[in-house]
Design a protein around this ligand. Structure first.
Ligand SMILES: C[S@@+](CC[C@H](N)C(=O)[O-])C[C@H]1O[C@@H](n2cnc3c(N)ncnc32)[C@H](O)[C@@H]1O
Length: 214
């Protein structure tokens, strides 16, 4: 049997309380969806990369043709599937996989979302290259990323310092990148994207919304 990576084990475990713990960031999540909806239309084929428990996919599903919601955690996907069934949403295809899965073909998506996950991937540059490859010409990459090196509220900063310690001692076994929003701008520009819109959604938690065109 294949051994699960530490980060999959971590996210599987996190899935149990994910929706509950995210309630305190509901403003960020709902604002992210509100801003994103302006860029969607009913013919869109969308990928929700790192979909977690699927809230974003479910909330935008009636505005687009089809969504491919993917996550490395099978437990996140299980919860996401169940919630979509409960809400009778039928145009989301869930898969436990990552973005390099060969099933996904070049230039096949109109929009790729990466919400609250780019800061946790090992190689964001390579991920951005893959996103570029998967997008149709003029397709949109829309991300929301906590930029943990930007200014933030004292309380959030204390929590981030704690998370850093937990990462250092291996309790949190995933890379949590401390990005500045300007570094994210550079990563996106270096990936040949053209940035169309940016917004600091919630300065207290340094949450940065970006829309970039291929
Ligand atoms: C902080 S959660 C964000 C979930 C959701 N996008 C949201 O905004 O609530 C990060 C998610 O990314 C997933 N993830 C992390 N690395 C991934 C990868 N390389 N490929 C796919 N999913 C990944 C995790 O399993 C987790 O569900």
């Amino acid at each position: 049997m294949k051994k699960m990576s530490k980060s999959v084990v971590f996210w599987d475990k996190a899935s149990e309380n994910y929706d509950k713990t995210e309630e305190r960031f509901e403003y960020i999540h709902s604002k992210s969806r509100e801003l994103t909806k302006k860029y969607l239309n009913s013919s869109n084929i969308v990928m929700d990369y790192g979909c977690g428990t699927g809230t974003t996919s479910r909330e935008i599903a009636n505005q687009v043709k089809e969504i491919h919601a993917i996550d490395i955690s099978s437990k996140m996907i299980e919860i996401a599937k169940e919630k979509a069934v409960n809400k009778k949403v039928e145009n989301i295809h869930f898969a436990q996989t990552d973005i390099f899965d060969k099933r996904y073909k070049k230039e096949s998506f109109d929009v790729i979302l990466a919400f609250n996950m780019l800061h946790t991937v090992a190689g964001p540059q390579v991920v951005l290259q893959r996103i570029y490859e998967l997008l149709k010409p003029e397709g949109l990459f829309i991300s929301v990323t906590p930029c943990l090196r930007d200014k933030m509220s004292f309380m959030v900063n204390i929590q981030i310092q704690l998370v850093r310690v937990l990462c250092k001692i291996g309790v949190i076994p995933i890379p949590i990148r401390r990005l500045k929003s300007s570094e994210l701008d550079d990563l996106i520009a270096n990936g040949n994207f053209q940035t169309m819109d940016t917004e600091k959604i919630y300065k207290g938690a340094s949450s940065y919304f970006v829309v970039a065109k291929k």
